[in-house]
Design a protein around this ligand. Sequence first.
Ligand code: IMP
Ligand code: MG
Length: 433
Amino acid sequence: MTTRYRVEYALKTHRRDQFIEWIKGLLAVPFVLLSQPTAIYENDKSAMGAMAINAHDRYSQIMSDVEDLINDHIAHQSARHPTPSKLKLLVPSVGSFFTRLPLQDAFQWQDQKRFISSRRFVAPSFNDIRLILNTAQVMSLVRGSRLELMTFDGDVTLYDDGDSLRPDNPCIPRILELMSKGVRIGIVTAAGYTEAEKYYERLYGLLDAIAASNFANKLEHSLVVMGGESNFLFTYTPDSPCKLAPVPAKDWQLPEMSSWTEDNVKALLDVGEAALKDCVDAMKLPVQVLRKTRAVGIFPSKGIKLSREQLEETVLVVQRVLEMSDAGKRLPFCAFNGGNDIFVDIGDKSWGVMACQRYFGGIEGSKSLHVGDQFLSAGANDFKVCSNIARLSCTTAWIASPAETCALLDEISELKADKVHTDYAAFRDSVSA
Ligand code: IMP
Ligand code: MG
């Protein structure tokens, strides 16, 4: 029988992250059993404090158990003939992990900030878990002194959608601090231009700040911009007027990219363009079609907002058509929903990140972190960094706004300075005070 649950699952699976949903389900049980919604009118402060401590302990225990399951999954991953781990049986869509994740510590730290255990009406949410996973990932990288490369998506991650990285952007001093400590930086954006000037127009705040810093020359070639997901690479150089110079293909392209010939690219973009045009006709979308050297997209005129349904329908149709086409089997591609436009790009961000790793001398996936806003399973462009096993490129942090990126950079800095302490005693004191 097709239950409502199954229908919802089939229809919405592209809008869910199954690993996070699964953890959310585990935490929902102690929430239901322990939360004290009646304390609001019974005015029982001691019951509230006891509830928070009890919930904190139970949530912590669950996070520690999930941590153990991930460790077991990592052991299965590295076996010569891997068999499915218990975690894989529980969450079939789970991918590979590059590092261990100290989830219990990360939960305790986030609980001290977000007071998840003190809530009576709102259970641990998708966002709570997403942020705990991000914290666990940076804890693992920083504590193991393994962060060598940090790559960032552009729109929504470093600046608002369609905006630019302006000089007053609070991420700038934080990125400079990382660079001064030897961390390489990559901006891996779908925005695809062939000229350095266009990237300078979008990123000038950061590029000018690096050039004006005390160590401008020392930082030459320690920041790159990868445009069109994985198609155009530029490196920071203080001598160029726009602070960026193109990098010769032989210094960054991966051997697999030799199949990205002009004929194959044209064939894929032709199929993508036809599929986009079919959707435009079928839904009478008020958009223009834009064909570029390595991409094809649709976007509406200024002031017009496409609906979520129009965007999702288009991206899912185009993706399916491309997957079934011969051209789509010859080349990797990324069809994604950019918030108010849809683009099909040649390659994807996993290739973009791997090319940055190669340019910087072969940095391993377990030593690089990609920060992005698009990690849902279809119609998203940062997702490819962590999806398909064959294209895995590095660890990831999933943020929802530039403010969260800033908070993540602060977390890294606090962790590097060893200022983060997760201890039960401090939590108990704060909730029972
Ligand atoms: P990202 O978030 O930095 O990856 O940028 C995604 C946005 O870049 C898209 O939503 C588009 O608005 C814009 N864009 C500009 N040129 C391109 C292109 O060639 N391919 C894909 N997106 C593009
Ligand atoms: Mg983005």
